[in-house]
Design a protein around this ligand. Structure first.
Ligand SMILES: [Zn+2]
Length: 233
């Protein structure tokens, strides 16, 4: 399988299935060419585009890709689907803090499938990971336990939970909607015990569990203080 981080400093990923490709996130508008080129290089068609969340830097090439590949199926969480269309209203059950970050204003593509926690997209398992946006999702490749976490974590500027400001790359933290929710999601993702952590911003990390736990503990209590977070057996 190919698992290729694409465009710096925003990543998108190809997940290779037997006959085709799933693209996770659609980068910036200028990412279009690179995505098409890479798919051709792998030699399989892009059949699915799965979005981790509806921020502009993750959906930039979506309309162009839909135009190029009209049959592609677009997936996003039911909760972030309205956000993809620019609707920032909150649900009555949600913490009453405004959604942050660059919400798309001009994306015309509508998702075909509204994902729920536990859904499968070929080899991928969809996992609710709200906090960065209300409907953020992460995707676990069930063949190898590689986790594509979107902006629930970042590794650029140091491994961090969404919402924890890393001075060398503060943008994901600045764009995070609700930090306590993001922290709960980070713990949940830790419990998946990923073999690799792949994120929207930063490098892929192999054997990331210790770094993820450290990031959670830093977030909660500051460095080197308090009870370490341990994962479920
Ligand atoms: Zn984001």
């Amino acid at each position: 399988m190919s698992f290729l981080p694409k465009i710096f400093p925003v990543n998108c990923y190809f997940v290779e299935e037997n006959d085709d490709l799933t693209l996770i996130d659609a980068g910036m508008p200028f990412s279009f060419k690179g995505i098409v080129h890479m798919a051709a290089k792998i030699g399989k068609p892009i059949r699915r585009i799965v979005l981790t969340h509806a921020h502009e830097d993750h959906v930039g090439a979506l309309d162009a890709l839909r135009k190029e590949f009209p049959d592609v199926i677009v997936y996003i969480s039911g909760r972030d689907a309205p956000l993809l269309g620019g609707d920032t209203s909150l649900l009555p059950t949600e913490p009453n803090v405004p959604i942050r970050g660059s919400v798309p204003r001009k994306v015309t593509t509508k998702a075909d499938v509204f994902l729920r926690d536990g859904d499968r997209i070929k080899s991928l398992l969809a996992v609710d990971a709200p906090g960065h946006t209300p409907g953020s999702m992460a995707f676990l490749d069930t063949r190898n336990n590689i986790l594509i976490a979107g902006d629930a974590f970042q590794t650029r500027g140091g491994v961090a939970v969404s919402g924890k400001l890393k001075p060398w790359f503060p943008f994901p933290a600045m764009a995070t909607w609700h930090k306590p929710t993001a922290l709960e999601s980070a713990k949940k993702l830790c419990d998946l015990r990923p073999s690799v952590l792949a994120v929207g911003h930063g490098i892929m990390l192999e054997n990331p569990l210790a770094a993820m736990i450290k990031a959670i503990n830093e977030w909660e209590v500051g460095p080197n203080l308090g009870q370490p977070h341990t994962t479920k057996e």
